[in-house]
Ligand binder design. Structure first.
Ligand code: ATP
Ligand code: MG
Length: 307
């Protein structure tokens, strides 16, 4: 087996985000493909939100969506919730670089976008070429950590209105170029989006992420052991033991499986009962650390609910 550098003691930070061994979420990804297809065909725009607790796999799923969109010829731009509050950055993200800003032409950015998108509007002539070279390439905007939009409530109402308009412009197809804004965040993201009150944004635009079902869960563990660690023998007993503890929760599945893979790399791929005990032990410690962090991040009411 190829000698790899030991990662067995890697910190928890490695248990977040993109993964080389992604499985499951097939219905969601199929629906995402449909959205890309329909939005592109109709040159519309739409906003979708993935919500789930920490470790549910939101960032990993966004990464899959990014890859799929790129394969289908979409331009993909990653934005943060803060981008929405900065008109210049938002214009850049939408593909309109170096355009006049609203203060120079006395129009709000969303107005500008709407005008540029509508060739029938006479006012367009007043803004020479502002958006005439609009790039038609379909655009996927990805926004992780969407719960940070909850700071929306702290902004002055005018600024909030501008952001709301940006979102409306995207969601209600004013740009006449295919745009999907895919956001992901904790459950509080929903309340944040309600503050911004996007018209026609409803249940059908929301995906709630929960556990992985058993087959993908097992496939993730198998890949970490057989592909990453290069073990040739099918690790049935180890997979059985791990799924009893991880119960489909992506963060735990990933963490146990990665630790197991690291252990096996270090130990020449030999699967012994002692080895299994050791990786389970490391996995349990990681799980406790994860829940401790989550409780620390909660406020008093949430902690009482858990009790
Ligand atoms: N479907 C999956 N297949 C394999 N691994 C996954 C899957 N979903 C998530 N993971 C892995 O589980 C871990 C947790 O996932 P991720 O970081 O995406 O969660 P999250 O919901 O974004 O959490 P947070 O809210 O803390 O950012 C990551 O290491 C990720 O690679
Ligand atoms: Mg994340």
């Amino acid at each position: 087996m190829a000698k790899k550098k030991s990662k067995y003691t890697r910190a928890g930070a490695f248990d977040r985000g993109a993964t080389p061994y992604f499985h499951g979420r097939t219905a969601i990804l199929k629906e995402f493909d449909n959205i890309l297809f329909n939005v592109r065909a109709s040159r519309k725009g739409t906003i979708h939100l993935i919500v789930g607790d920490s470790g549910a796999g939101k960032s990993a799923l966004l990464d899959q969506c990014k890859k799929r969109a790129k394969l289908r010829g979409w331009k993909v731009v990653q934005i943060t919730p803060a981008t929405l509050w900065d008109p210049r950055k938002m214009m850049n993200a939408l593909g309109y670089k170096n355009r006049p800003m609203p203060d120079t032409i006395a129009l709000s950015v969303p107005d500008l976008l709407k005008l540029g998108a509508s060739s029938s509007k006479p006012k367009k002539r007043l803004i020479p070429n502002i958006l005439s070279k609009r790039k038609r390439k379909p655009l996927l905007l990805l926004m992780d950590e969407a719960q940070k939009l909850s700071s929306a409530i702290e902004y002055p109402v005018e600024q909030r209105d501008e952001v709301k308009e940006f979102l409306d412009v995207i969601h209600n197809a004013h740009l006449r170029k295919p745009i999907v804004l895919l956001a992901a965040g904790l459950r509080t993201s929903l309340a944040a989006l309600q503050v911004l009150d996007i018209s026609r944004f409803g249940e059908k635009n929301i995906v709630r992420l929960g556990q992985l079902s058993e087959n993908p869960e097992r496939a993730v563990i198998r890949d970490w052991i057989m592909v990453e660690a290069g073990v040739k023998e099918f690790p049935a007993e180890w997979i059985d033991a791990i799924v009893k503890e991880t119960l489909g929760w992506p963060r735990h599945v990933h963490s146990y499986a990665r630790n197991t893979s690291d252990y096996l790399i270090e130990n020449g791929g030999v699967m012994t009962p002692e080895g299994l005990n050791e990786v389970m032990d490391v996995g349990r410690k990681g799980r406790i650390q994860y829940y401790t962090q989550r409780v620390e991040q909660m406020d008093g009411d949430d902690v009482l609910c858990l009790a």
